[in-house]
Design a protein around this ligand. Structure first.
Ligand code: MN
Length: 249
């Protein structure tokens, strides 16, 4: 099995080294990751200039750094290394839960894989004052990979590991009821206005969601799809909002 690994924290992140260390037990591993941190880059691609790629072996693993986005890394990695079976992204230093996944570069790398007909699995864990305990998380990453790599029908999965030693693994749905993004006004040292686009804690999380599971200490696995169509709205629109009136009156 050919396993391409990307991330959005950059090729030198301890998270990508931890993920590659576990992944190499399951097949041939190659890393292609951004040369600098591209967190919150979302699914941006670089279309206005060419990309460069340079070799950066990591702990004996074949690794490359690019000056592109997480999605670029996957497209480029799959171009240069044919027949990639699965793309793993992460382990991100910071959770990717609920509506936050819209901005996530970590998830975008996995999504890019799914767009290109490969499978994509994103891994994230909270990053607080203390750095994530990757040695503690590795056995759980191994268990998740054993399960997911054996389930080719799951094209795109968002995995979040809890902050402390996990107590188990749960299938979850994406938490979308609340949004944790917030703009906070501040001042620079000269007294000039500036603004932080930051994150606020979410309370009252719904049972069964990704956020709930990780708060309860579980590893959360959310299967995602590329089709964003709201089928209930489409049905309603087709039935109730006649286009005849717009087009022919
Ligand atoms: Mn990141």
């Amino acid at each position: 099995m050919r396993i391409l690994i990307a991330n959005d924290d950059g090729v030198y992140s301890p998270g990508i080294a931890a993920l590659a260390d576990v992944a190499k037990e399951f097949g041939e591993v190659r890393i292609v990751a951004p040369d600098v941190e591209r967190s919150s880059a979302g699914h941006a691609i670089t279309a206005s200039r060419p990309l460069s790629i340079k070799r950066t072996p990591i702990q004996g693993i074949d690794a490359w750094r690019t000056d592109g986005t997480p999605a670029d890394c996957v497209a480029l990695g799959a171009f240069l290394w044919e027949k990639v079976d699965v793309v793993l992204s992460g382990i991100n230093l910071g959770s990717n839960l609920g509506n936050g996944i819209w901005h996530s570069g970590t998830l975008a790398a996995a999504k890019q894989a799914a767009l290109m007909g490969m499978r994509g699995i994103a891994f994230s864990t909270p990053s607080t004052e203390s750095e994530p305990q990757f040695e503690v998380l590795k056995p759980w990453v191994r268990t998740v990979l054993k399960l997911l790599l054996d389930a080719p029908e799951l094209q795109l999965v968002n995995v979040n590991l809890p902050e402390k030693l996990p107590r188990g693994i749960l299938w979850t749905r994406q938490s979308v009821r609340q949004y944790d993004g917030k703009v906070v006004a501040s001042k620079d040292p000269y007294g000039r206005a500036n603004y932080w686009f930051t994150v606020v804690p979410i309370e009252d999380v719904e049972e069964g969601t990704d956020r709930w599971a990780t708060e309860q200490g579980y590893v959360s696995m959310t299967p995602l799809r590329l089709d964003l169509t709201d089928n209930a709205c489409l049905k309603h629109a087709a039935e109730e909002l006649s286009l005849d009136k717009v087009l022919f009156t």
